[in-house]
Design a protein around this ligand. Sequence first.
Ligand SMILES: [Zn+2]
Ligand SMILES: [Zn+2]
Length: 97
Amino acid sequence: MGVLVKGLCKDCKYSTQHLKLGSGQNFTSKDRVIICDSCKEAFVVDREMEKCPTCAQPVRTLDRDYMEKKIYDKETHRTKCPKCGGSLVFDAIGKWD
Ligand SMILES: [Zn+2]
Ligand SMILES: [Zn+2]
């Protein structure tokens, strides 16, 4: 169960996949979003990662506490867009179980 999050850049219209934050059936907890500026993608991961699993370049991490606080407070989270360097806004789009 968890929350479904999506990031959208207003500048270049890039949008992330639907990112599932929370705990799955096997109780693994995916609670971090990492953003890779080389792959120009955002992923959800289940543990701390300093490097991208795809290209091994350093990544930016948004942790769950931060995301949840933002989401449950109905604030949006802005971060640098991996595609254009503009403003990528994260928003909760639903829940999953
Ligand atoms: Zn952008
Ligand atoms: Zn990468």
